[in-house]
Design a protein around this ligand. Structure first.
Ligand SMILES: [Zn+2]
Ligand SMILES: [Zn+2]
Length: 253
């Protein structure tokens, strides 16, 4: 069953999502098992239980996530909101933190395509790249000699040596969550997602437009309006998904 849930991202991760460079995100599982592999039974309080019966992830396959990102009210009809990830030249503007972004400002929507649980440090190079680490510009000679290297998030240096994918992800994680978090190697939910393509003036869920809202009227008895300033999701769909989402089903996240 599809549900609509918010998810927070930093500006640089929103950029990676918009560039098509990010299709995974890792979030710490609040319940940390004693055992070392997610694939076996777990001993929780002395009782052996299968992990998939005991832990529920915050997001599930087919959920639709609306991205909360740093933004601000702009107040004009054409641009009611502006976004830090799009207005990088104004990076010292006092942006509202992601957590305060209202649904009205939602412009980016993701569909969860897979969820799994693994240890943070089990990440492969391929998955580190899917986390949206930034590839460095390298000459063809450098590429042949070193292979593609990625941003070191610890340094602000414009010209840096770069890191292999695993270590670039390590620097990104550590910068956001701290060194201890990396060292403790927690279980994380790995969410794989795709960006939902949207067109202004068409609801991406039911397809209704300003000119054609017949299906919403059939369903709810009244015409819908737009639920977000980007005019990509209608109030009828948002209300329907809100009803489904009202019952948060997890105690472990
Ligand atoms: Zn709709
Ligand atoms: Zn409609």
């Amino acid at each position: 069953m599809k549900k609509l849930k918010p998810i927070l991202f930093s500006t640089s991760m929103v950029e990676s999502i918009m560039n098509g460079n990010k299709s995974q995100t890792r979030r710490i599982c609040s319940y940390q098992f004693w055992s070392h592999s997610a694939k076996v039974d777990f001993n929780i309080n002395g009782i052996h239980k299968k992990i998939d019966k005991d832990v529920t992830s915050r997001y599930q396959i087919d959920d639709i996530l609306w991205i909360r990102e740093p933004c601000d009210n702009w107040g004009t009809i054409i641009a009611p909101f502006i976004y830090k990830a799009t207005e990088l030249k104004y990076s010292d503007h006092s942006w509202k933190p992601s957590i305060h972004m209202p649904f009205d400002a939602a412009r980016l929507f993701l569909k969860v395509t897979n969820v799994r649980l693994e240890k943070l440090q089990e990440i492969s190079n391929e998955d580190a790249i899917a986390e949206g680490i930034e590839p460095l510009n390298m000459s063809s000679t450098q590429l042949i000699e070193q292979g593609q290297l990625y941003k070191n998030y610890f340094t602000k240096k414009r010209f840096q040596e770069g890191l292999p994918p695993f270590w670039s992800f390590n620097s990104l994680w550590t910068k956001i969550n701290g060194c201890e978090s990396w060292e403790s190697n927690p279980y994380v939910f790995v969410y794989e997602f795709e960006v939902i393509p949207t067109v202004e003036g068409t609801c991406f869920l039911c397809g209704c437009t300003n000119d054609n809202c017949i299906r919403c009227i059939e369903k709810t008895g009244k015409p819908c309006s737009w639920a977000n300033a980007a005019r990509t999701i209608c109030t009828a769909c948002r209300e329907e998904m809100k009803r489904k989402t009202n019952n948060p089903s997890n105690q472990f996240v």
